[in-house]
Design a binder for this molecule. Structure first.
Ligand SMILES: [Zn+2]
Length: 372
């Protein structure tokens, strides 16, 4: 249980809200017949800044240990990323910004902001492993779970969680770490980085065939020493509260118990929200709160409660703050509660009993496939 000596840490930095760049109209490059849209890409600072605002407004922020962190330094970055990629990223960033890879524009200083975003994740995991916090949440921006060692994609410029995990392992703060990714998109970058590794279990729950494609199938289970240490749980579009919680019960919790990690890191995207423009799922505040509760239970049983979150996607400026607030309520055992203003709307759109039974059947098949 938390004490005053080990509260929930909340890592953030205003600089991360200043990351930007590119000339997009939502997902399409501007040009020809595509008129610019104010705000450009759906990945904007507002959903994250409004989370901080909501935490301030409800008073929960005052119950957390709030601080920034040092940027991840080059040695940390090089444990995951190719030197040539980092060099080119830094060169373009110093020259005023640019774009490498796929939908990953950045402005001046973008390299430093991305390293800071990774640094927040590094610090969150370090604090948890050093027992300086009971658990921790890093409000990373830009996100990280799509980024490959030499190829940024899907708004992700550095692999924040992979950098944090490699740092913890290199510094011998842990020997085995599990990553649970509930972002609506497949955590392809994390999967690729740890593909042949038996000391890092990667689990991704995502909407089947969303982004990237083709990616995230159940048959992708890792290779070599990493065989069976990558678990993909593709869910049908339209899945909601029951699909996520049932997948947690049947697959995520048993897989964690089998792996016995020293810590659990969560890739916390909020784009499984029922109003997210880049997802077609039906999760809401209570879904994220309950998934957090289940992960806390696993962490308590397996690794002394050591649990660190890194913020990933989520593009509803209205809904992300309420979903994430419920995660932080749960992590900190707070009595402060911000009701989800969309709970009755999204709650009323949940799948029918017939659809739920079908989805549960697919989840059971997957659990059997993974021998869980
Ligand atoms: Zn996402």
């Amino acid at each position: 249980m938390p004490t005053t000596a080990t509260p929930t840490a909340f890592l953030l930095d205003e600089s991360c809200f200043w990351h930007g760049g590119g000339n997009y109209a939502f997902l399409a490059p501007v040009g020809g017949l595509v008129q610019p849209i104010q705000g450009g890409l759906p990945e904007s600072p507002e959903s994250k800044r409004r989370l901080k605002n909501l935490l301030e407004r409800t008073g929960l922020l005052a119950e957390l240990v709030t601080r920034s962190a040092a940027p991840a330094h080059e040695e940390m970055l090089r444990r995951v990323h190719d030197g040539a990629y980092l060099k080119e990223f830094k060169r373009l960033s110093d020259a005023g910004g640019g774009e490498l890879g796929e939908r990953t524009p950045f402005g001046p200083g973008g390299y430093e902001i991305a390293a800071l975003s990774a640094g927040l994740a590094v610090e969150a995991l370090r604090m948890v492993l050093a027992a300086e916090a009971h658990n921790a949440y890093a409000l990373c921006r830009p996100p990280g779970h799509h980024c490959l060692p030499a190829h940024p994609m899907g708004f992700c410029l550095m692999a924040n969680i992979a950098i944090a995990v490699e740092t913890a392992l290199a510094e011998r703060r842990a020997e085995r770490i599990a990553i649970v990714d509930w972002d609506v998109h497949h955590g392809n970058g994390t999967e690729a980085i740890f593909w042949e590794r038996g000391d890092v279990l990667t689990i991704s729950l995502h909407q089947e065939n969303n982004y990237p494609r083709p990616s995230g199938g159940v048959e992708a289970r890792g290779a070599g020493a990493g065989e069976d240490y990558n678990i993909n749980v593709p869910l049908l579009p339209g899945g909601g509260h029951d699909a996520y919680l049932y997948a947690f019960e049947r697959i995520v919790q048993p897989a964690l118990a089998r792996f016995r990690p020293d810590a659990i890191v969560v890739a916390a995207g909020f784009d499984a929200s029922g109003v997210d423009p880049l997802g077609r799922m039906l999760a809401f505040g209570a879904t994220f709160k309950e998934m957090t509760r289940m992960l806390m239970q696993s962490a308590r049983e397996l690794c002394g409660g050591r649990l660190a979150f890194a913020h990933e996607g989520g593009y509803s400026e209205l809904h992300v703050p309420f979903c994430a607030h419920q995660v932080l309520e749960e992590l900190s055992h707070s009595t402060i509660h911000a009701p989800d203003p969309l709970e009755s709307r999204i709650g009323g759109q949940q799948p029918t009993r017939r659809q739920i039974a079908f989805q549960r059947g697919l989840i059971n098949e997957m659990a059997e496939f993974f021998l869980l």
